[in-house]
Ligand binder design. Structure first.
Ligand code: ADE
Length: 247
């Protein structure tokens, strides 16, 4: 997967992608991240990328020319997805992340401080995406969140042990609680079932915990899961969970 990120602050992208699992993904060639700066495409001697808004008003607006030319410099094919980061966009979630992970090429357009000339969205045919209902100073952090999440969902990016298959949200439930050595610490002990060696019981306990954790922390997700659950084993555990909670 290739990510091209249009940003006035390429170092924000390059720095953040030079650590941990993302850096490993780049090294192994599963992902490629290329930050390009629209400022390098200005035709103005002062390298101006923004101007005052037509009709007046506070702030500056990112101009068409540097963004159009920067966008045009990137090679695309019919599998390329173009995303513009904006608090007005469709909210990013795990489902969108998995769908985007099937693409071969994603172009992300970041703003900073200010708004875009509306024609940038039209020209690039970009899909507007937000990472949540709050406003950040720019699109770089949202782009990084998306790159991180999408990369985890690309086949071959994570090893078996970290498999995204077991992630929170992967099948509509949150993750079960995890424990490591020692068995007891400050009077707090590890649930007995996890040290008993019965793999079937462990799997059942974990699945039930997923349901309990989701019910407690995200009742909205639990309700959705409950509505679409058809698996016999899951339905049995679901009944136990509901009985325990008397709902
Ligand atoms: N730019 C500023 N705030 C944003 C948000 N919440 N999501 C995506 N891009 C943004």
């Amino acid at each position: 997967m290739k990510f091209d990120v249009l940003t006035l602050f390429p170092e924000m992208i390059n720095q953040a992608c030079s650590h941990s699992i993302i850096a490993r993904g780049i090294e192994s060639g599963v992902i490629e991240i290329n930050a390009v700066n629209p400022r390098d495409f200005t035709k103005d001697k002062h390298k101006k990328v923004d101007d005052t808004p037509f009709g007046g008003g506070a702030g500056m607006v990112l101009m068409c020319q540097p963004y159009f030319d920067c966008f045009d410099s990137i090679e695309k094919d019919n599998n390329t997805e173009v995303i513009i980061l904006s608090p007005q966009g469709q909210t990013f979630n795990q489902k969108m992340s998995c769908k985007l992970a099937e693409k071969k090429h994603i172009i992300m357009i970041c703003g900073h401080y200010e708004g875009f000339d509306e024609r940038i969205k039209l020209y690039t045919k970009a899909k507007e995406v937000s990472i949540g209902d709050y406003v950040l100073t720019g699109g770089e952090l949202p782009a990084l969140c998306m790159i991180d999440s999408i990369s985890r969902n690309i086949d071959g990016f994570l090893g078996k042990i970290d498999s995204a298959h077991y992630d929170s949200f992967a099948d509509g439930l949150l993750e079960y609680p995890q424990y490591t050595k020692p068995r007891e610490y400050y009077g707090l002990s590890v649930p007995e079932v996890l040290v008993g060696g019965n793999h079937l019981e462990i799997a059942k306990w974990r699945r039930k915990q997923q349901m309990l954790v989701t019910l407690k922390k995200r009742p909205d997700l639990f309700e959705k899961f409950q509505k679409k659950c058809e698996n016999k084993e899951d339905l049995k555990l679901l009944n136990e969970v509901i009985k325990e909670f008397q709902i």
